[in-house]
Design a binder for this molecule. Sequence first.
Ligand code: 13P
Length: 261
Amino acid sequence: MANRRPVIAGNWKMFKTVNEATDYAVRFIEEVKDVTELDIILCAPFTALYPLKNELEESIVHLGAQNMAWADQGAFTGEISAQMLLDVACTYVILGHSERREMFGETDEEINKKARKALAVGLTPIVCCGENLNVREEGKAVERVQGQVTRALVGLSVEDLSKIIVAYEPIWAIGTGKTASSKDAQEMCASIRATLTGLMGLAAEKVPILYGGSVKADNIAELLTEPDVDGALVGGASLDPISFGKLILNANPLVARVEGI
Ligand code: 13P
């Protein structure tokens, strides 16, 4: 993770009612209250964002959404705008998650429009990329991911690119219990950084690149020893406040050093 500040983001996906979300927040804040060495984000379903705004207000935990519209407002039934996310104190938004790409047909072009909109209003986009198993087995994973990143970020200024987070999530590792090896994660995160360098020059050294796909409390520390892996986007293992708290403590470099992990 070089000298970049690590980021650990939980993606709850389509889990948790308002009550479940607020109970979680109370317990989670207690678990992570002494964490100083990394940024923590909870990306919750839309319905839980407003109640979480109130719960997380005084805490070190940042709030994120899992998607948003590229349009400002208007006749877009079922969509949520960037302004609406700001309104409930979101500061981050996941864009282009593979589940949105695969199940809802989201394209790189739409993700690019959403990233522009998020940046225009001051939200930090967490732009996702990742290959499926076929593409990996054909040896085309790097090419696929670099293409996704380039198309999602085309036309953004260096200033805007300096504000984004990229998350590499190989589809074959999501929810399967099959984590990419830390070497595979490093190889892809380094190639993403090379793509970013092509777009923004040396400023790419500052962009956090996260790994996602079956990250757990017992594999986070090893992933973070890799120079280009700056944190994690965590699905299943973020759903329980105590075990997600443990994952975060294992990622906190100071704690890791003290515990000799
Ligand atoms: P899992 O951690 O459940 O594999 O999910 C990863 C993910 O999709 C996070 O966005």
